[in-house]
Design a protein around this ligand. Structure first.
Ligand code: GUN
Length: 283
């Protein structure tokens, strides 16, 4: 029997409705949650992503503003702008769109953001808080994946989760979140020999590599839950994930599609983080 699809669009819509409701409650108390998005340069993908973020914010009642800067902007100038936003009490979340131009040190820029406003969850303080189980902002993509597992009532305790990918933005924080829910976690990556030997033991597989068909049906145990974080293009230019979707859906119990899976959840979790930043600042 084909796997049950975890519909990221539908779940994200529910989350946005909840954000809109809580935002209205904050506004009734005179607080308008505000997200400042900083875009440096003219990367076409970043242009689309940041416009989506503004649109999502506006549609849920949050104030999301986009500041555009030329690619040749000095790093010191960007750092000064971030410091000013850190001090601005009307701004609750700060997001610097990546990638940054090559003359900038992205980690240094991210670390200039106040951890209290780090709604991307990329600051070392946010990563550290997740690691030790303290309050802090969780990176939106793995956070969205956790919400998808929660939406199917999946009990992670005692399960074996295999994460493919070890990026600071997805793989590593994903592993920490799964661990926090008492799963046994394995992190696989480009230097893992015989990936299938690991994935075949998994109850949950999160594929976050950025490589098409990295997970094929023979690598999945019947009944496993498969979360596909990949965003790739096939030969025809069609959007696809890291999972051989049509074959794997015949084996898995639950699977996320691409598009319409993790992508909309990432966007929704940014709204959640921004709202929470405003709620925490006003508590
Ligand atoms: N570039 C691609 N995805 C992201 C993201 O989630 N946050 C930021 N800041 N930049 C990105």
């Amino acid at each position: 029997m084909a796997a049950h699809l975890i519909d990221g669009n539908a779940l994200a819509a529910k989350i946005r409705a909840d954000v809109a409701h809580r935002t209205a409650a904050l506004k009734a108390r005179g607080i308008e949650p505000r997200l400042a998005i900083l875009l440096v340069g003219d990367d076409p993908a970043s242009d689309v992503y940041t416009r989506h973020k503004v649109k999502d914010g506006t549609e849920t009642g949050l104030a999301a503003t986009l500041e555009r800067y030329p690619a040749q902007m000095a790093e010191s100038e960007l750092l000064a702008r971030i410091r000013a936003l850190n001090e601005d009490r009307a701004v609750h979340g700060i997001l610097v769109q990546l990638p940054l131009p090559r003359h900038m040190d992205a980690q240094k820029v991210i670390e200039a953001i106040s951890p209290a406003k780090d709604v991307d969850g990329f600051h070392v303080a946010s990563a550290g808080a997740l690691m030790v189980g303290r309050p802090g902002f969780w990176p939106c993509t793995p956070y969205g994946c956790m919400k998808m597992l929660e939406s199917i009532g999946y009990e992670l305790r005692g399960k074996h989760a295999v994460v493919i990918g070890r990026s600071n933005i997805v793989g590593k924080p994903m592993a920490m979140m799964l661990l926090q829910k008492n799963a046994t976690v394995t992190i696989c990556h480009s230097a893992t020999p015989d990936l299938g030997a690991f994935t075949r033991q998994a109850d949950v597989i999160v594929a976050a590599v950025g490589k098409r068909n990295i997970l094929t049906a023979d690598m999945v145990r019947p009944g496993a839950v498969v979360i596909d974080v990949g965003m790739n293009r096939d030969e025809a230019g069609k959007l696809c994930g890291d999972v051989d979707f049509e074959a794997v859906r015949q084996v898995a119990s639950h699977i996320t599609p691409v598009p319409g899976g993790v992508g909309p959840m990432t966007r929704a979790m940014l709204l959640v983080n921004t709202l929470e930043a405003a709620e925490r600042a006003s508590a």
